[in-house]
Design a protein around this ligand. Structure first.
Ligand code: NAD
Ligand code: DAU
Length: 341
């Protein structure tokens, strides 16, 4: 099968492509705009692969999308602006890529009615908003809180509408928090690991009692591969990890793995609108035969080892001007918030 992957130079997309090229016979076209989060190093070794083709282009550009979808049977749509803290500072790019970009892809797929056998839209558990007790099922109402989550909720609804209105074979995946190799070091797990390797503190937001439902990225991409083949058009599938972990417990577990002192955690003002807890019920995915393969503690150790072994991968990202200007903006915004009456 020839698959158009969008956002394949990012964290989950690059893990998906790596797996697809080693464990399936699929042909991959990767359309990626190479934003700050799209790192060509993630797939540099696969450039000569005969079943892989990279196209630099933006999903909001109908011409680039038309060219990329030529001869394709399935779309795996990962491309997005993904960092919640950045969406709080500056939502515009999130609306453009996540909503309008998804629309351009859906329109091109609709134009090719019959050719596209699956349009797998990668959504997120954040569309449900915080769930204080129990677990969100796929039919739970959407209550997104951050601009990121709101843009993903709009894209999710739009993808579902293209199935209902035009019969496009859309399948929606809603993963929980992923961790593992190739994750941009602004996100909690790689930020914590790489800060500690550098002897710097990790900024823990608020009281650290927020809960996330962690899944190892190789489990997530295997689930996405399964949904591309067996997902029922029109259905959405939660892709949740087996563990629910409070942020302060994540800090302790990672501290134990790395053996770092307590003073390398710094309490900082909370993220505005910080969702307290996410938890997914992934019943429909498990009924398709999916079971997570990777236990949390082992893969957390392996993830630490991966970043320890590859400073040449993450150091250039952390010393880039984009990284420092983002942190400067965030610092200024959060400092103002505490000073405000
Ligand atoms: P990422 O930020 O690591 O990568 C995003 C990729 O999309 C980058 O390669 C970037 O260059 C590309 N991109 C951004 N804007 C683009 C545009 N306009 N045109 C083309 N390419 C563009 O993201 P990720 O963490 O790998 O997430 C992938 C998908 O999974 C996203 O849709 C995200 O919402 C969803 N998701 C992520 C997680 C997680 O924990 N990381 C969990 C649930 C859902
Ligand atoms: O739930 C799925 C979502 O997971 C995806 O849709 C998003 O694209 C992805 O970025 C992620 O969002 P989160 O906001 O949950 O992930 P992040 O790694 O930014 O933060 C995880 C938790 O850790 C969250 O409660 C905020 C907290 N945190 C994060 C950072 C970066 C801190 O306490 N300190 C930090 O410095």
């Amino acid at each position: 099968m020839k698959i158009l992957v969008t956002g394949g130079l990012g964290f989950i997309g690059s893990n998906f492509i790596r797996r697809a090229l080693t464990e399936t016979k699929d042909e991959i076209v990767n359309l990626d705009a190479m934003t700050y989060a799209g790192n060509p190093e993630n797939l540099a070794d696969l450039i000569p692969h005969p079943r892989y083709r990279f196209l630099r282009g933006d999903i909001t550009d109908p011409r680039a999308v038309r060219q990329a979808m030529e001869g394709v049977q399935a779309v795996a749509h990962f491309a997005a602006e993904t960092h919640v803290d950045r969406s709080i500072l500056d939502p515009a790019a999130f609306l453009k890529t996540n909503v309008l970009g998804t629309h351009v892809l859906l329109e091109e797929a609709r134009r090719r009615a019959g050719e596209i056998k699956r349009f797998l839209h990668i959504s997120t558990d954040e569309v449900y908003g915080p769930v204080l007790k129990g677990k969100s099922r796929e039919d739970a109402p959407f209550r997104p809180t951050s601009p990121y989550a709101a843009s993903k909720a709009a894209a999710d609804h739009l993808a579902a509408a293209y199935h209902k209105t035009y019969g496009l074979p859309v399948v929606i995946a809603r993963p929980s928090n992923n961790f593992g190799p190739y994750q941009y070091p602004e996100k909690a797990v790689p930020l914590m690991i790489t800060n500690w390797i550098e002897g710097k503190p990790y900024p823990l937001y608020g009281d650290g009692r927020q809960v996330r439902n962690w899944i190892y990225v190789l489990d997530c991409v295997r689930a996405i591969g399964l949904l591309l083949r067996k997902g029922k058009p029109g259905d959405a599938y939660n892709v949740g990890g087996e563990v629910l972990v409070e942020n302060r417990a994540l800090v302790e577990r990672t501290r134990d793995v790395m053996g770092v002192p307590r003073n390398l955690v710094r309490r900082v003002p909370d993220r505005p609108g910080h969702d307290r807890r996410y938890a997914l019920d992934s019943g429909p995915l498990s009924r398709l035969g999916f079971r997570p393969d990777f236990p949390f503690d082992r893969t957390l150790r392996e993830t630490v080892a991966w970043y320890k072994a590859r400073p040449q991968w993450w150091r250039p990202l952390k010393t880039s001007s984009d990284f420092s200007s983002y942190y400067q903006k965030q610092y200024e915004a959060r400092t103002k918030e505490i000073a405000a009456p």
